[in-house]
Design a protein around this ligand. Structure first.
Ligand code: PGA
Length: 253
């Protein structure tokens, strides 16, 4: 089965509203004419509404970086899935390693967030990945297996194709150190086998598994050329129009 690659820019805590709109205008000038790749951007919460309006019905996909799993209530500082959908958000990043390590997010919360996002008609991008100590201890595959099984525990097979998984080895995020294409492919193939066990081959074949961690224009096409790598989740290199578009071009089938 051919899966359309999906390349998402995770802007993290960068860009004001006006800076966000400037980058969006630059991206739209190129992405509208592109085929063979889906492109997403995840601005900070404060820019989602304005960016969503600017993106409108174009091919660019609005993504959010986080969500709270409750529908509403006394949760100071949090944002619900319905609020994101209302801004035009289509995908929500869940369980990014920075959320897990800096903000104490655990598998159980990710599982609830996946449910909230699907329930609101959006699609989750569930992040999994091992730390350097876990990799050196030979635990990379068992860690990502635990994370994906927990995150998708409540997802039914008919919703599986709406899920996006992002494999982001923690030791490669923002470090300039990238997994080799072979290292990444090994984990991606393993993740797809876990998905096959859970949802069956037909559904698992449709799930896009992005790679993330120091993706740059120079390494993008070789990574994205691997059989089970379906685009990427891009941090630092997504903040500049030229580098992000060069990476997007590297994913085009
Ligand atoms: P990076 O971040 O591309 O800056 O390594 C990737 C991510 O955290 O999604």
């Amino acid at each position: 089965m051919t899966r359309a690659p999906f390349v998402t820019g995770n802007w993290k805590m960068h860009k004001t509203v006006s800076e966000s709109l400037a980058l969006i205008d630059g991206l739209l000038a190129e992405t509208e004419a592109m085929t063979g790749v889906e492109v997403g951007v995840a601005p900070p919460f404060t820019a989602l509404f304005a960016v969503g309006k600017r993106i409108g019905n174009t091919k660019l996909r609005l993504c959010a970086q986080n969500v709270h799993f409750e529908a509403h209530g006394a949760f100071t500082g949090e944002v619900s899935a319905a609020m994101l959908a209302d801004c035009g958000v289509r995908y929500v990043i869940i369980g990014h390693s920075e959320r897990r390590t800096l903000f104490g997010e655990a598998d159980e919360g990710c599982q609830k967030k996946v449910g909230a996002v699907l329930g609101a008609g959006m699609r989750p991008i569930l992040c999994v990945g091992e730390t350097l100590a876990e990799r050196d201890g030979g635990k990379a595959l068992s860690v990502v297996t635990r994370q994906i099984n927990a995150g998708l525990a409540d997802v039914s097979s008919d919703k599986a194709a709406e899920v996006v998984v992002a494999y982001e080895p923690v030791w490669a995020i923002g470090t300039g150190r990238t997994a080799t294409p072979a290292q990444a492919q090994e984990v991606h193939a393993h993740l797809r086998s876990v998905l096959t066990e859970k949802f069956g081959a037909d559904f698992a074949d449709q799930v896009r598994i992005q790679y993330g961690g120091s993706v740059k224009p120079e390494n993008a096409s070789e990574l994205f050329g691997q059989k089970d790598i379906d685009g990427g989740l891009i941090g630092g290199a997504s903040l500049k129009q030229d580098t992000f578009l060069a990476i997007v071009r590297g994913a085009r089938a």
